[in-house]
Write a protein that binds this ligand. Structure first.
Ligand SMILES: Nc1ncnc2c1ncn2[C@@H]1O[C@H](COP(=O)(O)OP(=O)(O)O)[C@@H](O)[C@H]1O
Ligand SMILES: [Mg+2]
Length: 392
């Protein structure tokens, strides 16, 4: 839990009540916003603040304080430029930018220019530390962040960084403080359901800009197709991709990958309607998940870590280390139940509507059978076939 404690904005066990009160406040605020319509979303970002941050980043680059493979494009060549601000909540900067004509996001949470710098993994390491030693330090820190034996070997891009100006160790240290970057770096762009890291400058790392979800979109994501049938088909394809994501995270890595913060805003779609997890601050491989869950408890409510829950053992007063629910269960509960069922319904036969509704409810129930994912998959495929038949 030591690392979890470092993470801002999380509910600790003792802070659960406070968190619950906070959550209730957010629900109320969200409800009011939804009533008022998407046009009235509050201004959460500040353009001047974002521009100041990037200017300070480049000053530090020129001074040799930090570096990265994107610094020259951003600071010298004008090939990476700021477009707008997406979010600046709880200190995490999410900026929209264009890199060599390609839309990207730049993200950073820790080690921002002028910001506090908590102790980091590479503190004290010399700038001229031999490559092999640096690699060992990085590998140890990656393991400390992700837990023992994470999936495969990540490709860390520091070898491509422009040499000579310094700042390599500090920049690497800043990147390693950010769990999201460590996880995405480790996956190394090999997962179709997470964004590859395109490069970095100081603490900022670049990811592909995708079409992010949000409660303001009637079908969860901004869908392009016009016409009711085409939209329904797109919704079906997106739902199938959510199922593929759940299967992928459950079975394709050395350890299961748990998503503990499942909500529309934390997913996006590519042009081909693949669903991508764009906020993985709270994604943990199985061994780390077990460490986080296994806490002292006096009741089951002490054993919930956002969307990841286990149960309190009354004899030992310890939470079970094994997560009881699954990514799929939470996706069904927090996403499918609210969006896809209603947007798929209107164009389908009554019997398929009924079966889909029942399967989603079964899947959303934490006690549901594990095979419900396959059932949902079959029904969604049947729904897509039915839509196609209607068009022929
Ligand atoms: N790769 C991306 N493509 C498009 N939008 C993104 C991307 N990453 C983040 N966003 C947008 O920025 C918001 C905040 O980013 P996120 O990583 O979720 O930060 P936080 O941890 O503050 O929630 C997301 O909800 C989404 O709207
Ligand atoms: Mg988020």
């Amino acid at each position: 839990m030591a690392r979890a404690g470092r993470r801002g904005g999380r509910c600790g066990r003792r802070a659960l009540l406070l968190c619950a009160a906070g959550a209730a406040g957010w629900v109320l605020a969200a409800a009011l916003l939804l009533r008022a319509g998407p046009g009235s979303l509050p201004q959460r970002c500040s353009d001047p603040r974002s521009r100041r941050l990037l200017a300070a980043l480049c000053q530090d680059f020129q001074a040799g304080v930090l570096t990265g493979d994107l610094c020259e494009d951003l600071c010298d060549r004008g090939l990476l430029h700021y477009v707008g601000c997406l979010s600046q909540e709880r200190g995490k900067q999410v900026l929209r930018a264009e890199w060599r004509g390609r839309p990207v996001v730049l993200k950073a949470r820790e080690g921002l220019p002028g910001g506090p710098l908590p102790p980091g993994p590479l503190d004290g390491a010399a700038e001229d530390l031999p490559e092999a030693e640096l690699q060992l330090l990085v590998a140890a820190e990656v393991q400390a962040v992700l837990g023992p034996g994470p999936a495969g070997g990540g490709r860390w891009p520091w070898a491509r960084w422009p040499g000579g100006r310094g700042g390599r160790v500090a920049s690497l240290g800043a990147l390693l403080r950010q769990e999201e970057l460590v996880l995405l770096g480790q996956l190394g762009g090999r997962s179709p359901h997470t964004p590859p890291v395109l490069g970095s400058c100081g603490p900022f790392y670049a990811l592909e800009l995708l079409a992010a979800g949000g409660p303001q979109h009637p079908a969860l994501f901004p869908l392009r197709p016009v016409g009711a049938r085409a939209r329904t088909r797109a919704v079906g394809a997106v739902a199938l991709s959510f199922l593929a994501l759940a299967r992928h995270f459950a079975g394709d890595f050395r350890h299961r990958l748990h998503l503990c913060d499942i909500k529309p805003e934390n997913f996006a779609i590519r042009d081909d309607l693949t669903v991508v997890a764009i906020d993985v601050d709270m994604a943990f491989f199985e061994p780390k998940m077990r460490e986080i869950l296994e806490q002292n408890c006096t009741g089951h409510e002490d054993c919930s870590f956002f969307d990841c829950i286990s149960r309190c053992d009354w004899h030992t007063h310890r939470c079970g280390a094994q997560r009881l629910n699954s990514n799929l269960q939470v996706i069904c509960d927090k996403i499918f139940r609210h969006w896809f069922v209603s947007s798929l319904q209107s164009s389908l036969s009554l019997s398929l509507q009924q079966q889909l509704r029942e399967a989603v409810l079964e899947c959303a129930d934490p006690g549901g059978a594990p095979s419900v994912g396959q059932k949902l998959q079959r029904l969604l495929q049947a729904a897509l076939r039915e839509l196609q038949d209607m068009e022929e």
